[in-house]
Write a protein that binds this ligand. Structure first.
Ligand SMILES: [Fe+2]
Length: 124
């Protein structure tokens, strides 16, 4: 078996119901409604992670980006020390689809890129 380095691709928890401490510090936590109405704005709150990640010069979260499926929605660049690895974004879903997968990515300068997803239902 070949070990996968943290900078090789995107990291996800091996078992989301039993995360390691590193997974708890890096996997984005997505808070938003499970169901939203087409055309009505709603807030998506993101924090990295379940155990707050440090924001120090030598070790910090560099950015948080949000996609809906393959579509880019927003990206936040962070500086260490003066910020927290959190973001709140207002999204609006169209009525063309009745499901959408929010995909939040973040990058730690020492531990690579991490992803979390959340499925939401869109009603008319
Ligand atoms: Fe880290």
């Amino acid at each position: 078996m070949v070990d996968k380095g943290p900078f090789c691709g995107t990291n996800r928890p091996a078992d989301p119901s039993n995360m390691t401490e590193a997974e708890k510090k890096h996997t984005p936590v997505i808070e938003c409604p499970d169901t939203v109405k087409a055309g009505e704005p709603f807030q998506v709150k993101i924090k990295v992670g379940e155990i707050p990640h440090v924001m120090e010069e030598g070790h910090h979260i560099q950015w948080i980006c949000i996609h809906s499926g393959e579509n880019f929605n927003a990206c936040l660049n962070l500086t260490p020390v003066f910020t927290r690895a959190e973001a709140t974004v207002t999204l609006v879903k169209g009525g063309a689809h009745n499901k959408s997968t929010l995909r939040v990515m973040e990058r730690c300068n020492l531990h690579g890129q991490w992803e979390a997803t959340k499925e939401i239902t869109i009603t008319e």
